[in-house]
Ligand binder design. Structure first.
Ligand SMILES: Nc1ncnc2c1ncn2[C@@H]1O[C@H](COP(=O)(O)OP(=O)(O)O)[C@@H](O)[C@H]1O
Ligand SMILES: [Mg+2]
Length: 257
């Protein structure tokens, strides 16, 4: 049983078919790559999974639930978290405060709870702070907890976004180009961290990424898209030797695949 299964998903914007009868399955506790040239439809797939876009046709099953019947906030509660292609953090808040924002789906104390802060509420609050600190520590960011995000280097900001996604304890983590803007050393470190998320926390990862050496190094399975369709699927070796994949990337002037 896969954790998630897309079945014949089609997304249209006016006359443009951004995703075309796409089907693929993501196995539990794997790193699944979703790659393809610019405009292939990868981010559109993510936006369907987080329920920002509604497919015209198709089904998405997540852990036995009909994902398309749910709202965006319900999807979060079901255990799907994401990071964005561009860092979207509150720059004037500390790293710890930004990570705490990621926990809202676990249920806050509510307006009256905060107003008449009972010991139970205070306990819940301190548990939340502890979980946020643990997420920062897991990513080696404990020393940034009280720094304003806007003052930190870009590579660290990216990891804080990871920490924020992690505190909601997701089953599935959607990563949209996490290595964009990182130097080779930061990218390599990021790759190790993603593998740790799978191995140590049992999180399933769906990864959209342009850095082919990262994708080939850490993905268990790779689905390749071009013009909204799936053109290949398999492990790194299979994908690297697939003529349709090589052609798709050469066309983009990106022969690194
Ligand atoms: N909100 C939108 N409105 C209109 N067209 C869109 C929208 N989002 C994406 N597209 C188009 O859909 C296609 C797929 O885009 P996208 O999913 O962003 O590709 P990728 O992430 O693989 O680069 C592109 O042609 C893009 O211009
Ligand atoms: Mg994209």
């Amino acid at each position: 049983m896969p954790l998630m299964q897309l079945d014949g998903v089609t997304v249209q914007f006016g006359g443009l078919t951004a995703v075309n009868e796409l089907s693929f399955a993501v196995a539990e506790k794997t790193i699944h790559g979703l790659i393809g040239p610019n405009g292939a439809g990868k981010s559109t797939v993510f936006n369907c999974l987080s329920r920002f876009y509604q497919p015209a046709v198709g089904k998405i099953d997540f852990a036995g639930r009909d994902l398309l019947a749910l709202r965006s906030d319900q999807v979060m509660n079901l255990g799907i978290a994401r990071t964005f292609q561009n860092v979207e953090l509150f720059r004037g808040m500390t790293a710890l405060e930004n990570v705490l924002v990621g926990q809202h789906s676990l249920g806050g104390s509510g307006f009256f709870g905060d107003l008449f802060a009972t010991s139970k509420v205070k306990q819940a609050e301190s548990a939340r702070r502890q979980a946020a600190m643990e997420a920062l520590e897991f990513l080696g960011l404990a020393d940034t907890a009280n720094s304003l995000v806007g003052s930190l280097p870009y590579g660290k900001q990216k990891l804080i976004e990871f920490a924020r996604a992690l505190v909601s304890k997701p089953k599935l983590l959607l990563l949209d180009e996490p290595a964009a803007g990182l130097n080779p050393q930061e990218t390599s470190h990021l790759g190790d961290l993603i593998v740790e998320l799978k191995d140590k926390l049992g999180i399933t990862i769906l990864l959209v990424e342009h850095d082919m050496s990262l994708v080939m190094r850490i993905c268990d399975t790779i689905t390749v898209m071009e013009f909204g369709r799936k053109i290949a699927e398999g492990d790194a070796k299979t994908i690297q030797n697939n003529p349709a994949v090589i052609k798709a990337y050469l066309g983009e002037g990106e022969a690194s695949a």
